[in-house]
Ligand binder design. Structure first.
Ligand code: RFL
Ligand code: PHB
Length: 389
């Protein structure tokens, strides 16, 4: 099979890119290791930046998001008794959209047939070949048979554990990493949210986040040491912990219910450079990871896809090779700003085991400053709603 572009991974990055290229008449195929049901069973992001929403609008795939998503004008930082509201609408004129990654992925999946986007699910042993040449290829196994796709460009959208990043030679690879000493234990439950907006809480017992998927479905997190096991956290234990960490006002409005999903996700900051080598481009978690504190991971995957689509449209439309070459620098400039924001919000809102009284005073001073300064709030709001692409 011969294609202009082979995309590896049908998470949000791969599907978004596939649809964007297809809408511009670029011939592409997406290869995914898992089944559609498995991909939809992963509970992940919940907050979309305006730019991510705009990409769904551009594709004409925003109808359900507009009907069911919840636009939010602000969010809150809690520290003990104190609640600092960041009014993103007033400070930036923009909103964020609360709409689950699962739902956005479902919308992209459902549009495959109508848009003629070919996605090959349950493709195993995906391997990249000759990425330093103009004739790279991808091999995979499906239903016991081996297949090869010859492409002009390969785009790795295969997440943190996929094969694409690994295909870039160690001699050019640069890794930047910060692993955090805790993970987020998440619970999803069909109960109304405790607050109409998100609350990120820094409590002496640890971090907590009150988030949501709809008026009837809540998503909560608490941070736990990496040694904790999800089996040791009964639903009641999580609800008790949330009630303490989120503070008395939120606790009074928490509705408890059985968990639909419960899992622990470790926190990590990671960037791989370069994001292009030869005929291979990387997008999303394949190239970088942010801790979830700023709600940036999926949105960063979407902005990478925006730059990659622009580069490939120029390359196939106008034979502009420079557009592909400059992809990595363009994408990385935005990646590092999101990494900085996610890292600094993580630092501000979590109690690190190695921290002492000095570090805590620094957190209190920063929260005092944010509470009293519109400039500080604007800076946070601007980052939260998404920096321009
Ligand atoms: P994905 O979603 O991991 O998709 C990669 C796809 O590639 C497939 N794949 C392969 N396919 C073929 N062959 C192979 N060998 C393959 N290996 C892997 C995988 O099966 C998968 O389908 O990466 P993508 O598309 O780059 O998207 C990134 C986002 O998923 C991620 O950044 C976010 O979920 C991060 N994140 C959040 N981001 C936000 O913007 N806002 C949030 O509120 C937010 N909350 C979160 C999060 C991530 C979390 N976890 C569990 C890590 C909350 C959590 C708890
Ligand atoms: C979520 O709803 O899953 C969520 C929201 C905000 C974050 C991270 C995760 O910062």
């Amino acid at each position: 099979m011969k294609r202009q572009v082979a995309i590896i991974g049908a998470g949000p990055a791969g599907l978004l890119l596939g649809h964007l290229l297809k809408s511009e008449g670029i011939d592409c195929v997406v290869l995914e290791r898992q089944s559609p049901d498995y991909v939809l069973s992963r509970i992940r992001a919940g907050v979309l930046e305006q730019g991510t929403v705009a990409m769904m609008e551009r594709l004409g795939l925003d109808a359900r998001m507009k009907a069911e998503g919840l636009p939010h004008d602000g969010f809150n930082l809690a520290d003990g008794e104190r609640l600092i509201r960041i009014d993103i609408k007033a400070l930036t004129g923009k909103q964020v959209m609360v709409y689950g990654q699962t739902e956005m992925t479902r919308d992209l999946m459902d549009a495959r047939e109508a848009r003629g986007l070919e996605v090959i699910y349950q493709a195993s042993d995906v391997a990249l070949h000759d990425i330093e040449s103009d004739t790279p290829s991808v091999t995979y196994t499906k239903d016991g048979a081996e297949h090869r796709i010859e492409a002009r460009i390969i785009v790795g959208c295969d997440g943190f554990h996929g094969p694409s990043r690994q295909a870039i030679p160690a001699s050019v690879a640069r890794h930047f990493e910060r692993v955090y000493p805790f993970g987020w234990l998440g619970i999803l439950s069909d109960v109304p949210p405790c607050n109409h907006e998100l609350i990120y809480a820094n409590h002496e017992r640890g971090f907590a986040l009150a988030s949501q998927r709809s008026h009837t479905r809540s998503r909560y997190y608490v941070d736990v040491p990496l040694t904790e096991k999800v089996e040791d956290w009964s639903d009641d234990r999580i609800w008790d912990e949330l009630a303490i960490r989120l503070g008395p006002d939120a606790a009074a409005h928490i509705t408890r219910g059985p968990s639909l999903e419960k899992s622990i996700a470790p926190l990590r900051s990671y960037v791989f450079e370069p994001m292009r080598h030869g005929s291979l481009l990387l997008c999303g978690d394949a190239a970088h990871i942010v801790p979830p504190t700023g709600a940036k991971g999926l949105n960063l995957a979407a902005s990478d896809v925006h730059y990659a689509a622009e580069a490939l449209i120029a390359f196939f439309g106008r034979n502009d090779a420079e557009a592909v070459i400059s992809y990595s620098d363009k994408a990385l400039a935005r990646v590092w700003k999101s990494e900085r924001f996610s890292w600094s919000l993580t630092r501000l809102m979590h109690r690190f085991p190695e921290d002492g009284p000095f570090e805590r005073r620094m957190q209190v001073a920063e929260l005092d400053y944010i509470a009293s300064s519109e400039a500080a709030q604007r800076s946070i709001a601007e980052n939260y709603v998404g920096l321009p692409v």
